[in-house]
Design a protein around this ligand. Structure first.
Ligand SMILES: CC(C)(COP(=O)(O)OP(=O)(O)OC[C@H]1O[C@@H](n2cnc3c(N)ncnc32)[C@H](O)[C@@H]1OP(=O)(O)O)[C@@H](O)C(=O)NCCC(=O)NCCS
Length: 145
């Protein structure tokens, strides 16, 4: 199981994982546009050549901050420490690129994801009402290194 920078060939699989696991999924067209923008950083978790998870970040190299837009581990693979591995190794690569802070939004009912982030140094700095399309509130979590 390895984490690596994502290539254009991985986009279809990232799109499928996004669609299957996140309520605010992007279209395939949106995913393809990501590949054109240097401020998006994508990482994939692979078993051999098979993509089983991804993280997608938007990096601001003026503020040296990195915004986690999406992270998914396929449902059949969750609960095995792979989300933690993906988060740790993605962050390390971003740190190596000059980033020194991270932030993200997570739904207030997404207890497994927020437990992962809170146990990995993030803390809540804000809460936004009705952040998601389904009306759910989001916690804003932040971590400075
Ligand atoms: C969030 C997600 C990426 C975590 O990946 P994962 O591989 O299941 O996570 P891990 O097995 O590495 O678990 C890491 C930590 O998450 C928390 N966690 C994972 N599953 C949990 C569960 N069912 N209940 C409570 N906490 C849980 C724990 O803190 C765990 O640490 P521990 O193993 O030391 O107890 C994955 O569940 C997922 O893709 N969910 C759907 C998409 C999503 O919600 N993405 C996040 C959007 S912000």
């Amino acid at each position: 199981m390895q984490v690596e920078k994502s290539s254009f060939e991985d986009i279809q699989k990232c799109y499928e994982l996004d669609l299957a696991h996140l309520s605010s999924a992007w279209s395939l067209d949106d995913w393809q546009k990501v590949d054109d923008q240097s401020y998006y950083y994508r990482y994939v978790l692979k078993e051999g050549s098979v993509v089983i998870g991804f993280s997608l970040w938007q990096v601001d190299l003026i503020e040296y901050s990195s915004h986690l837009l999406k992270m998914v581990v396929g449902s059949g693979q969750q609960g095995r420490g792979l989300g933690r591995k993906l988060l740790v190794e993605s962050e390390q690569n971003l740190l190596d690129s000059g980033v020194n802070s991270f932030y993200l939004e997570v739904g207030v009912t997404n207890h497994s994801a927020s437990a992962l982030y809170l146990s990995h140094g993030y803390h809540q700095i804000n809460q936004i009402k009705s952040f998601y399309q389904n009306g759910e509130d989001a916690q804003i979590l932040y971590k400075e290194v």
